[in-house]
Design a protein around this ligand. Sequence first.
Ligand SMILES: Nc1ncnc2c1ncn2[C@@H]1O[C@H](COP(=O)(O)OP(=O)(O)OP(=O)(O)O)[C@@H](O)[C@H]1O
Ligand SMILES: [Mg+2]
Length: 248
Amino acid sequence: MNYVLEMINVTAGYENKPVIKNINLKISRGEKVVMMGPSGSGKSTLLKTAILLVKPWSGKIFLDGEELTSEKTDLRRARAKTGFVFQSYNLFPHMKVIDNITLPLRIVKGLNKSEALKKAFEVLKIVRLEEYAYKYPLQLSGGQQQRVAIARALAMDPVILFLDEPTSALDPEMKIEVLNTLRDIAKRDIAMLIVTHEIDFAKDIADRIVIIEDGVIIEEGEDVLTNPKTERVKKFLRNLGIYSSSKY
Ligand SMILES: Nc1ncnc2c1ncn2[C@@H]1O[C@H](COP(=O)(O)OP(=O)(O)OP(=O)(O)O)[C@@H](O)[C@H]1O
Ligand SMILES: [Mg+2]
């Protein structure tokens, strides 16, 4: 199977208001995709719909070749192949860093204690936080907490990692430390779908940039940031301060 994620003609929304409309998005094994778009355009909804945290109204979704939109699919088992990192770290404050990571490994992956510990230290090493294993989340900086959340997602050995504005809640220095961690992870053979407006980071790691507006993918490609084609994307990039029409 070439694609880790396939969204085919997917429409989803809340109550009777459609938020993402007729989305077609395929992500290959190991591919890094950055998604950008104005606030309220449906980026978070698209990520949640990809793993059926929001139920699509129509269309089909395949994860690693398995149809999530089929009623026969055990969603909990299928979702265990993915990792999800939110804007706020969602760590359990009453549990040490190590337990935050081993808990889903034991519950969802069914690992025994020593297997889970081994895996947890493996991923803490990747985010360079081994010495914080026995601290509580509140004893860590925001950036460190987000790196723990990233480690926890990685521990599941996901085929795809979803990251929804992973640095937008962080101070500038912490932002840099988390972005560097994500740059390291991007070198691995794991697909990533990242919502971020960190332009330099996006340019560095993205195989493809997807721009979404009003629930529709309006442009996508390798060079969208440097060579936007539509007036709408040019305007969006101007608002982000990264595109000046006078150059063209
Ligand atoms: N749980 C919900 N119930 C009802 N409406 C929602 C819900 N979550 C999001 N919406 C609405 O759906 C639209 C898209 O929201 P979404 O969070 O997907 O946008 P976004 O692109 O991620 O925005 P931002 O950049 O601000 O995070 C918005 O109009 C929002 O108000
Ligand atoms: Mg969002």
